[in-house]
Design a protein around this ligand. Structure first.
Ligand SMILES: [Zn+2]
Ligand SMILES: [Zn+2]
Ligand SMILES: [Zn+2]
Ligand SMILES: [Zn+2]
Ligand SMILES: [Zn+2]
Ligand SMILES: [Zn+2]
Length: 671
């Protein structure tokens, strides 16, 4: 690679040295002719002796293209300054001066293309110079003549396709005004096209007949006309001679054709509102027309969003359809006027007076409900069934999810609420052998059976409620969930009596039902342990405080016994009450005994053995006269610790009492 590069460089050097030793000035002459600008420059100059020539200015003084049309000749006139660089030459000047020459060169455009093509023509001028010494010497210059474009103007024709009434060019093309050929490229290169190739006559209209049409609810009627699918113009005749400025008729638009839901069958537009008096619903384009038609006792169905105020002053029912917003409904304090509202959409503002408004259960929301009566409350607006005290509407606050009873809606305003019956009125619990109704049930079976129950939350009308979450648990033990389905199954049921609660929740509203279960059969025993804080006691020591039990269920009552025989026999064993103490030494067995509860049988604990020591039996009394040791408070004493004495009056002789420090103790240890 390196070797090749070097050889290329060498051959370049050779070419350079072979060039004639020519020194040229920067003289270049330009001139405009026709549409083109001409540039004349020189590439070499020399005198007849082969000396290197030098050029001063080159000026193009004229370009004559007038002969081109006729004989394709173009003549250029120019001035050039020249001299020789060799000081021995007659054409040499030592100062700044040059010889001057005005020349002329004519060349022939043999291909006849200089009308649209750039010119690039070289020629050599041999200039005879008269010498002062007599004779003449030639000086020759190699010229290059170029132009920036052809000498004739080109005209751009934009493309048009199939014009109905005018000639048109089928492609975007440039026309040369010299040779009258056409080119598809702006630089006039490529194929020469003739006018026939690109220029066409009008093709005429392509007309289709369109029959006259009656107006619809959304569009004007049209006359019969002919439509050109090429130029889209419309004509009143099939020859396409009389163009129409409009095809519409002046007939008024047709009325909308509303279907049963108040939507136009033609354009889908929703009627503003409908009014149902005796016959079917009549739909109206505007709320104004509907309100005018709203007679006493009729129903107004608001079918499309309405941003203005609707004022009502006679008895009627107003339904707001789902998805529709009514901005403001005002019910006036008029005589014999009660307006019933069924809101399935949105009522931004509703105001009325006590006794004038009844809000029915429906899915819609209220931005604000206001009772204008002085001291009135909005609870009075809520519907309640006069026949069924359990069937009435609540407000549900949609901000915090709270259900508000009519009696709790004591203010004159509620915001962001819906009006609805409670989602559920009661829970029905079903299952083989279940008795009861409306939330209170009972069931009896035998132990060991598998039992199953199904809860169904019902509305006040006795319908099944939807989207309910259920929760079953034993009464008082809602931390331990038995089932989170509508069904509860208990396998191998144990004997006893217990109450199961079923809670149903929907839409932040909860109710519960109770099922009292009675299971016959042998109840389960308690499983618990008896503890004795010390197993060696002394005579007279109180035993009850030493005893405790662990693991008792259902808060069963407990009795402690001293076992008289070989096994617990509560009927005959000795009860250990708070006064019980052993009276003699030896061993004793103690047990605890629970009373029967709802779900557990009476149960004896495992017995615990206690040893009774004899040390407490050293009774020495210093007293002699008139006293016994009954009703004495004995202190336990380990034989080492301090004894607490009390001051007492004691009989010291047959007739005398004196104050003494006295203590009654019993020994508890082996000292
Ligand atoms: Zn010379
Ligand atoms: Zn041309
Ligand atoms: Zn046309
Ligand atoms: Zn319509
Ligand atoms: Zn002793
Ligand atoms: Zn005594």
């Amino acid at each position: 690679m390196k070797k090749r590069l070097i050889s290329i460089l060498l051959s370049l050097c050779m070419v350079l040295t072979l060039l004639p030793a020519t020194v040229l000035s920067a003289g270049v002459g330009t001139s405009k002719a026709g549409d083109a600008a001409f540039t004349l420059s020189a590439s070499s100059a020399s005198c007849a002796d082969g000396h290197t020539g030098e050029l001063g200015s080159i000026q193009v003084t004229g370009v004559d293209i007038s002969k081109w049309k006729l004989d394709k000749k173009i003549t250029i006139q120019y001035d050039v300054q020249y001299r020789c660089t060799d000081s021995s030459c007659e054409l040499y000047h030592s100062d700044d001066s040059f010889f001057s020459y005005s020349g002329k060169h004519t060349f022939v455009d043999t291909n006849a293309e200089f009308c649209h093509k750039k010119i690039s023509e070289s020629f050599t001028a041999t200039i005879p110079t008269d010498l002062t010494s007599g004779g003449a010497k030639n000086f020759s210059v190699s010229f290059m003549l170029t132009s920036d474009k052809g000498i004739y103007e080109s005209v751009l024709h934009e493309q048009n396709v199939n014009l109905c009434t005018e000639n048109y060019y089928s492609v975007r093309c440039w026309e040369c005004t010299g040779c009258e050929y056409f080119f598809t490229k702006g630089d006039m290169s490529g194929d020469k096209l003739t006018k026939d190739n690109v220029y066409f006559h009008p093709v005429g209209h392509k007309l289709n007949n369109v029959p006259a049409k009656d107006p619809t609810c959304v569009g004007k009627g049209t006359v019969e006309y002919w439509h050109c699918e090429r130029c889209t113009r419309n004509f009143g005749d099939e020859q396409g001679t009389s163009e129409l400025t409009t095809i519409e008729t002046n007939a008024p638009l047709a009325a909308h054709r509303y279907d049963a839901n108040g939507a136009c069958e033609v354009c889908n537009r929703k009627a503003a509102a409908g009014v149902q008096a005796n016959a079917g619903m009549v739909w109206y384009d505007t709320m104004g027309k509907a309100l005018t038609a709203l007679t006493d006792g009729a129903q107004l169905s608001i079918n499309a969003d309405y941003a203005d105020t609707i004022t009502l002053n006679h008895t009627c029912t107003v339904e707001v359809k789902a998805g529709v917003t009514a901005a403001d409904i005002r019910i006036e304090n008029a005589e014999n006027c009660v307006v019933t509202i069924v809101n399935n959409g949105i009522i931004s503002n509703l105001s009325g007076y006590t006794g004038k408004v009844v809000l029915m259960s429906a899915g819609g929301t209220y931005g604000k409900v206001i009772n204008q009566t002085s001291g009135g409350n909005v609870g009075s607006f809520l519907y309640g069934d006069p026949e069924d005290a359990n069937k009435f509407c609540y407000y549900k606050n949609l901000t915090n999810g709270k259900w508000i009873l009519p009696a709790e809606a004591t203010t004159n305003t509620q915001s962001n609420v819906k009006v609805s019956y409670a989602p559920m009125a009661y829970i029905e619990i079903a299952g083989d052998g279940v008795t009861g109704s409306e939330g209170s049930y009972a069931f009896t079976t035998s132990s060991g059976n598998t039992v199953a129950f199904t809860a169904t939350a019902k509305t006040a009308d006795g319908e099944d409620s939807a989207n309910i979450a259920y929760k079953w648990y034993y009464d008082g033990q809602d931390g331990t969930i038995l089932s989170e389905k509508a069904e509860l199954t208990i396998e191998n049921i144990k004997a006893g009596n217990r109450t199961v609660v079923c809670m149903a929740t929907a839409d932040d509203y909860s109710i519960s039902a109770k099922l009292v279960i009675t299971v016959t059969g042998e109840k389960e025993s308690q499983s618990f342990t008896l503890s004795v804080s010390k197993t060696t006691v002394g005579i007279r020591e109180k035993i009850l405080p030493l005893l405790s039990v662990e693991g008792i269920k259902e808060d069963a009552a407990i009795t402690y016994y001293l076992m008289n025989g070989d096994s617990p026999a509560p009927e005959s064993d000795t009860v250990i009450d708070e006064n019980f103490a052993f009276a003699q030494t030896g061993t004793g067995s103690i047990y605890a005994y629970t009373a029967e509860t709802d779900n557990y049988a009476a149960t004896a604990s495992a017995p615990v053995s206690i040893t009774v020591t004899p040390h407490a039996d050293h009774c020495i009394c210093g007293g002699m006269f008139n006293h016994t040791h009954e009703n004495v408070e004995w202190q336990a004493w380990d034989g080492k610790s301090e004894i607490k004495y009390e001051q007492k009056w004691v009989q010291v002789s047959e007739y005398t009492k004196q104050g003494r420090y006295v203590a009654y103790v019993y020994l508890t240890g082996n000292v």
